[in-house]
Design a protein. Structure first.
Length: 339
């Protein structure tokens, strides 16, 4: 992607900032950052201080502001979203406006502007969704795939990347654990036996870059990821900061939470292509003819199980500590310098 022009929606968030740093380091020509938070834009402008960054104040709900930020762009990484489970539960119509309608605006503006490739960021909560955030993200995926199916001759490739828990991103529990252990408070967990996929922000960038390089229209990409229980994650975090046996307060499962998360359903696993570190799930390419949806099935063998945080590689406390130490935020707090 050296020399190319990239736009990042939600570009001042955790994903966007990490993606921008990676792209600047890889020799990208310019990066258009679209977000609605002028304070974060100013902070990012000062922190990165690179003339290749161009900031656009706008919202994915506003098609015109999206189109303006995509002028002359080759690639779009769509990270703008409402991601907090509780806020989407309280205001589901807002989740629909941003995650579904906003994503439609991004895809349509990209196609109209001649963008080569759009990668949309999704979440494991979109699989068998039980909360409004996951439901809206599932509809975002369907919106992306519908464009690919309905516009087979488009020069714009639209694909989806699906993530589990990205460590130290906005909404991650790890910063909370760090704050609690450093202030001598008990660590609060909802249910110790819950499992969650663990992925670093850098690994999430690798998945996006892989999608930009290899996506066919409508593809869904998932990166293989290990998981840990919430209790293991809490203990590992505490031990890194010198507390061997932290006090843990159990709050109970919150509304909209699952015990285990799913990155690929068994139906998707049946079609998934194993690409080593990644799974690719190709688009169902049935046309707008509705008949095949009613009278044509799949005689292939159904996968026996989903790909979940329960049946993936399970990390113990030491392995979780090792993974936490890959995070720049943790290393900075511990005073660890990497050469």
């Amino acid at each position: 992607m050296a020399g190319s022009r990239v736009a990042i929606t939600g570009g001042t968030g955790s994903f966007g900032r990490t993606m921008a740093r990676h792209l600047l380091g890889s020799g990208v020509g310019s990066i258009h950052i679209l977000s609605r938070d002028e304070a974060k834009q100013d902070e990012m402008r000062r922190a990165l201080a690179d003339p290749r960054l161009k900031f656009f104040l706008g919202d994915v709900r506003d098609r015109e502001s999206v189109a303006e930020s995509f002028t002359g762009v080759d690639y779009v990484f769509h990270a703008a979203a409402l991601k907090q489970v509780p806020s989407c539960e309280f205001f589901p119509q807002q989740a629909v406006k941003t995650n579904v309608v906003g994503s439609h605006n991004v895809i349509e503006a990209a196609a109209a502007g001649g963008v080569r490739s759009v990668v949309c960021l999704s979440t494991d909560k979109a699989v068998y969704p039980v909360n409004a955030m996951g439901m809206s993200k599932a509809l975002m995926e369907k919106t992306a795939q519908a464009f690919a199916r309905n516009n087979p001759d488009s020069s714009t490739t639209v694909s989806v990347t699906r993530y589990g828990n990205v460590m130290y991103s906005r909404g991650s529990v790890i910063p909370l654990f760090v704050e609690q252990v450093r202030s001598g408070q008990p660590l609060t967990v909802t249910e110790p036996r819950m499992t969650r996929f663990l992925m670093s922000l850098e690994q999430s960038v690798d998945l996006v870059v892989h999608a930009f390089a290899h996506a066919r229209p409508g593809d869904l990409f998932v990166r293989r990821a290990a998981a840990s229980t919430i209790e293991t994650l809490a203990i590992a975090t505490a031990q890194l900061f010198g507390v061997e046996a932290p006090e843990i307060t159990v709050l109970g499962t919150r509304h909209g939470e699952k015990t285990h998360e799913t990155l690929l359903s068994r139906e998707e696993m049946t079609k998934a292509e194993d690409e080593g570190d990644y799974f690719r799930v190709p688009l169902d390419v049935r046309s707008l003819d509705y008949v095949p949806f009613f009278d044509k099935g799949d005689l292939g063998t159904l996968a026996l199980e989903d790909y979940t945080s329960e049946n993936t590689e399970r990390l113990d406390v030491q392995q979780t500590k090792d993974m936490l130490l890959t995070l720049p935020e943790i290393r900075d707090l511990l005073g660890i310098t990497v050469r």
